[in-house]
Design a protein around this ligand. Structure first.
Ligand SMILES: [Ca+2]
Ligand SMILES: [Ca+2]
Length: 164
């Protein structure tokens, strides 16, 4: 994927972050309004860290492709390692040009919505998650909305809808 700095614009009271790299790297400076790692790459994890650190409702737009989580370290709640922790108000969508897959890499859950967080995910396939039974906990009722997503298990138990 192209590794350019994120283009962002202020929409309503929040930001829109466009992810341009499928790598799994952390934001270099959370809170500066820019989703970028130390090399300027706008990654999904950087966008989530940035959105978590800013007040308001934010949108993260993914280009199609495979986003694999590669930073080992479960039981961490700052989105630095393992699952992508959501503490802000975040909507994740894809551009619906081609399919978008977020792969947990068997490291942890994919998303963890903490009590302060709110997550909406649309039209994205989630696969290779550990802790399959924590799907509901990862998307707490009232705090998250998962629409038109597919959850694909790691042992071929595919196709379970994740809209709950
Ligand atoms: Ca930043
Ligand atoms: Ca985590």
């Amino acid at each position: 994927m192209v590794s350019t700095a994120v283009g962002l614009e202020n929409i309503h009271q929040g930001f829109e972050f466009t992810v341009s790299s499928t790598l799994d790297t952390v934001d270099a400076n959370p809170g500066d309004g820019i989703a970028a790692d130390s090399l300027g790459r706008a990654t999904l994890r950087a966008a989530i860290m940035e959105a978590n650190s800013l007040p308001g409702s934010h949108r993260i737009v993914l280009a199609g492709g495979l986003y694999t989580l590669t930073r080992a370290g479960a039981n961490e709640n700052a989105a630095l390692t393992g699952d992508l922790d959501i503490t802000g108000d975040i909507t994740i969508v894809d551009q619906q040009i081609e399919s978008t897959v977020i792969d947990g890499g068997d490291l942890d859950r994919v998303f963890h919505v903490l009590p302060s967080g709110k997550l909406t995910v649309t039209s994205i396939t989630i696969q290779n998650r550990q802790r399959q039974r924590q799907w509901r906990r990862s998307f707490q009722p009232g705090k998250s909305h998962v629409a038109e997503c597919r959850a694909v298990g790691q042992r071929g138990h595919g196709g379970r809808r994740g809209d709950e």
